[in-house]
Design a protein around this ligand. Structure first.
Ligand code: CA
Length: 274
């Protein structure tokens, strides 16, 4: 843990291996940790893990006068409320449609809040949502917050950034290393709170024993290389320790941005074993 005077905004939560709650839809032990970083005075990342509805969600807000915090908080709240309604409501829609509706509800809520509060005009946020029921993982994202899966020692990035950096790679204009150096890399090509409609990406995946799932903001991935993420996530440790190690590594290597790591550890063989 850093001793920086600016390091004021750590927030964490974790389950323990022993308290696997009977009402949890999450197939394992989880932890989340967020830190403002070493040079920002506010933390515009927001996150929530709600095992009762199988939700792991992260939003990385942007906007002047701290409006980024407002946008990311609205996004997390809206998605949690919308998915709870989907689960406990009478409607039976496909998970794809349910997740899409939740993302659109978050977008609309941010635009509505910005219209009511002039100081919040122009606020926006990324969103990464993992919606899990047992082994079924459904996920959606907008922007450059990422979802990774570590399986058998290999790291899979399940999301593809909606950013200028990724667009440059896709167009063959730069390789990933060059894109990392570009000042444009973090400029988003999609975000919540910008337009009345938003185009989230969607995916599905079957979780297996030993898997480790990571949701994180760019404050982690800009500071910590994939190989380091693999090394940390592969460790034989609880999810709270893994999340702490990831955040600590980002802080030690600069911590220029808010950094958030949300970890789900599915019980089973250690992920590093092939
Ligand atoms: Ca960020």
């Amino acid at each position: 843990m850093t001793d920086s005077a600016l390091h004021l905004h750590t927030r964490s939560a974790a389950s323990t291996a022993d308290d696997a709650p009977s009402g949890s839809l999450l197939p394992g032990e989880w932890a989340g940790l967020s830190d403002a970083g070493r040079s920002r005075t506010h933390n515009e990342d927001a996150w929530r893990i709600d095992p009762g509805i199988g939700l792991i969600v992260l939003a990385d807000g942007m906007g002047g006068y701290n409006a980024g915090e407002v946008a990311s908080a609205i996004a997390v709240d809206s998605v949690a409320r919308a998915l709870a309604d989907e689960i406990f409501g009478d409607d039976t829609h496909q998970p794809h449609d349910q997740l899409a509706r939740a993302v659109h509800a978050a977008n609309a809520a941010i635009l509505a809040a910005a219209a009511r509060r002039p100081e919040c005009l122009g606020m926006g946020t990324t969103l990464a949502v993992a919606w899990i029921c047992g082994s079924a993982l459904r996920f959606s994202h907008v922007g450059d917050s990422r979802i990774y899966l570590l399986r058998a020692g290999r790291l899979y990035q399940l999301t593809r950034d909606h950013s200028v950096g990724q667009a440059m790679i896709d167009a063959g204009l730069s390789d990933p290393d060059q894109a990392r150096q570009s000042s444009m890399r973090g400029v988003l090509t999609r975000a919540l709170g910008v337009e009345p409609t938003v185009q989230p990406d969607y995916g599905e995946f079957e979780l297996a024993g030993g898997d480790r799932l990571l949701l994180c903001s760019d404050g982690l991935t800009d500071m910590v290389a994939d190989e380091q993420i693999v090394r940390i996530l592969s460790r034989d440790a609880g999810s709270a320790e893994l999340a702490q190690d990831l955040v600590d590594r980002a802080l030690a290597q600069g911590g220029f941005d808010n950094v958030t790591a949300l970890v789900l550890k599915v019980p089973g063989l250690p992920a590093s074993r092939k």
